[in-house]
Design a protein around this ligand. Structure first.
Ligand code: SF4
Ligand code: SF4
Length: 449
């Protein structure tokens, strides 16, 4: 098997984001292979841990991946402030006499956004709603690189490294089998409040879990990198729960048209057509527009929003919600069947370097300062009695079960095969017995030693 076939067999998907199947992403020919170790959002610790701990393996694997995609330039990008991690990577580069380059990013959000990262590293701008390969790049998260290293040794993706931070006794780094209940991870970090809610991922773009029943059902997947524990009444949950009608009223009465949301928008900065202030200005008219052409003309730019949240969590002096408004328009495009054309040319605006959102100031705005600057000391391994392994942990079609209830499985054994088209293999993360298996996933009881 070649590298791409081994990656496919191991079920590798993007470890840092939406879970795009990696074998599909690597089926290309580009100039740059960029490893994303920027740890985009505040408070997350996992990429840093991986860089410190597995620097040698990361640097050894990058050229193998680069060769498979024909990339002559190999770069690992992380924030310049990550001194220990950069030092570890430099030692590995020196010892291996490697030609992998380190790119030091500024300390800003969203440095790890794929399109922002590419602009910073190469000076190239990915077109609106385009792919990194449109500008000769492939970007993989550092966790994905390590999963590829395992795949090259014949090991499937069965476990995850993740941090648990926030309202806990001390932030922890965990290594857990995929399918581990999220609340088991939270318990291991000893929450300091009983009435908490969770954000899976970072505070800006992570998925909020606020209902007890939802938290109880949530499990660690191939894309989980962080769990943020916060009191249920935290500002972030209150802000996200604002109904659209309230947002509409607030916008109508309080938007100053100061344009700060546009001036700081990361997509605007890399030259995409997006002006959130204009979406806010036109919002009050929206219920009256029935013609799709007119709707597209008025609000089509919202399709270029990546929902990073800079506008509403940092830029807006009035505490308004341009991101929520753009998300609303995007949903309306889908409902109304409106296709928004893309501008294939993008050129960064001349002030792209000056208008970055500083991470430490963002943390203060998010009311997270009390949790900032605390780091896990060690990595703990968590064992559990039961796992539930979902068959859809990736973008594309769910994998299809190849086992039945009652069967014994070993860690790393295939339990659901990639479906036709965009999909990924799923393997058992433990030695155990399948208690239940449906088209949604498999519940496996771990075998006791
Ligand atoms: S969420 Fe706001 S800042 Fe981010 S891309 Fe969308 S409009 Fe721009
Ligand atoms: S930053 Fe806020 S007040 Fe200013 S234009 Fe944007 S939404 Fe309106």
């Amino acid at each position: 098997m070649n590298l791409i076939e081994m990656v496919k067999a191991a079920g590798v998907v993007g470890a840092g984001g939406a879970g795009f199947p990696t074998h599909v992403k690597l089926n290309t020919n580009v100039e740059y292979f960029i490893v994303n170790a920027a740890e985009c959002e505040p408070l997350i610790e996992t990429d840093k841990y991986l860089c410190r701990t597995f620097a040698d393996r990361i640097i050894r694997t990058i050229p193998q991946i680069a060769e498979a995609i024909g990339a002559s330039k190999k770069v690992i990008a992380l924030k310049g402030a990550y001194e220990k991690e950069i030092a570890a990577l430099k030692v590995a580069i020196r010892e291996q006499n490697s030609d992998v380059e380190i790119f030091e990013l500024g300390y800003f959000y969203p440095a790890g956004d794929e399109q922002t990262l590419i602009q910073q590293v190469t000076g190239r701008c990915v077109p609106e709603r385009g792919l990194p390969s449109d500008v000769g790049c492939v970007v993989d998260n550092v966790g994905t690189v390590l999963n590829i290293a395992d795949a090259l040794e014949g090991k499937a993706v069965t476990e995850k490294y993740l941090s648990v931070v926030g309202e806990v006794e001390h932030p922890i780094q965990l290594r857990v089998p995929i399918g581990t209940p999220v609340l088991e991870c939270v318990k291991a970090a000893h929450p300091t409040v009983s009435d908490f809610a969770l954000i899976m991922g970072g505070p800006m773009m992570g998925k909020q879990l606020t209902e007890q029943a939802v938290m109880e059902q949530a499990v660690v997947t191939k894309t989980t990198g962080n769990i943020l524990v916060l009191p249920k009444d935290h500002y972030l949950f209150r802000k996200a729960s604002l109904p659209m009608e309230t947002v509409r009223k607030q916008t109508k009465s309080a938007c100053l048209q100061c344009k700060m949301c546009t001036e700081l928008c990361p997509r605007y900065l890399i030259g995409h057509q997006i002006h959130p202030n204009l979406m806010m200005r036109g919002l009050w008219l929206e219920p009256t527009i029935t013609d799709n052409e007119e709707y597209l003309r008025m609000y089509g730019e919202a399709a270029n929003c990546c929902s990073c949240g800079v506008c509403e969590m940092f830029a807006c002096p009035m505490g308004l919600s341009p991101r929520k408004v753009n998300d609303y328009f995007k949903a309306e495009f889908r409902k109304r069947g409106i296709q928004v054309p893309k501008n294939p040319e993008a050129h960064a605006r001349e002030f792209v370097q000056e208008r970055k959102t500083p991470t430490n100031r963002l943390v203060a705005r998010l009311n997270l300062s009390q949790y900032y600057g605390k780091h896990p000391k060690t990595c703990e391994e968590l064992t559990v009695d039961t796992v539930f392994i979902p068959f859809s942990q990736h973008i594309g079609r769910p994998a299809v079960a190849v086992k039945q209830a009652g069967e014994t499985v070993a860690k790393g054994e295939l339990i659901a095969a990639a479906a036709e088209g965009l999909s990924a293999n799923i393997h058992s993360s433990v030695d155990g017995v399948i208690e239940e298996i449906t088209d949604k996933g498999a519940r496996i009881t771990c075998r006791k030693e």
